[in-house]
Write a new protein. Structure first.
Length: 292
């Protein structure tokens, strides 16, 4: 997919989000909330569009899937900032700082509901079940990290499990959606997207622990301060080098698609153009402890 085509399709994703939210009570307010959803890198929507185009999947379904997953991602950020007490998001005051905790929670809930409503309108509703399944998995990972594993003994395996559920799950959904009507390809892309999303969260864990606030554009350091179990906290007990895990996860995701050369080429371009830049930013200040 050419760059200008991708940008046009991403704009369609944004318009789909705007149209969905225009039907709600906050519709008139949405112009001032454009930084909350359909902003940033839109990595999940980009993944759906780039892989789906290579797989020959229905463009409108890909746009719908991208819009729904970006709404979920936006909702999770609204809630995360409240939970973590983070003051900055995308180089702006966090929503709860300006509009209050109640407003942030309610708007996040609204984004969740509109995402499910939106997804049910595409592909005759056949993707709604797996969409809900992955969103539930994300919530399960967040809850496990916050309520069950907080202030527990660091464990690399548990930190990866959290990363897979809370972030890998949303990438996995758009991977599945990109496969279109080919059930085998859906399963392969879902598995590869799980790997990529998990690696992305591990890198984000490192950013929170050792990143530059100005470069990140968001509040950092809240994971350790609040006793969260992440890939970064496992380093205190001699956990493995997360950079090796990230590299191997991305390699395995590509290798899995060897039987679909066109889709694999699109996957490799996506990783090179989108994810590797994020990894470089996230891990710029990271070094292993001396004992490792």
């Amino acid at each position: 997919m050419k760059k200008h085509e991708l940008e046009e399709h991403l704009e369609s994703v944004r318009q789909t989000i705007a149209t969905s939210l225009a039907e709600t009570a906050v519709g008139p307010m949405m112009p001032e909330f454009t930084h909350l959803v359909g902003a940033g890198k839109m990595l999940r929507a980009r993944l759906a569009l780039q892989l789906g185009e290579a797989a020959g999947s229905d463009l409108q379904v890909l746009i719908g899937a991208g819009a729904a997953i970006e709404l979920i991602h936006g909702a999770s950020l609204l809630h995360d900032d409240v939970i973590d007490g983070a003051n900055t998001r995308r180089r702006m005051p966090a929503f709860w700082v300006e509009k209050g905790v109640q407003g942030a929670i309610l708007l996040g809930d609204l984004f969740f509901c509109r995402a499910v409503h939106l997804m049910n309108q595409y592909a005759e509703g056949r993707l709604t079940g797996i969409f809900v399944e992955k969103v539930c998995e994300m919530c399960d990972g967040e809850t496990d990290q916050e309520l069950v594993l907080r202030n527990t003994e660091p464990s690399w395996e548990k930190s990866v499990s959290i990363a897979r559920r809370k972030t890998g799950s949303l990438f996995a959904f758009v991977g599945h959606a990109a496969g279109g009507a080919d059930s085998e390809l859906c399963a392969l892309l879902e598995a590869s997207a799980y790997d990529a999303g998990t690696a992305f969260q591990v890198a984000d864990d490192l950013l929170d622990a050792s990143g530059d606030v100005e470069q990140a554009g968001k509040t950092l350091g809240t994971d350790a301060m609040r006793g969260k179990l992440t890939a970064a906290t496992t380093l205190s007990v001699g956990g493995p080098d997360p950079r090796v895990f990230i590299k191997e996860s991305i390699a395995s995701a590509s290798q899995r698609l060897h039987g679909h050369p066109q889709v694999r080429a699109a996957w490799d371009r996506y990783v090179t153009d989108e994810m590797e830049k994020a990894f470089e930013t996230f891990m710029a200040g990271f070094t292993l402890p001396e004992y490792a």
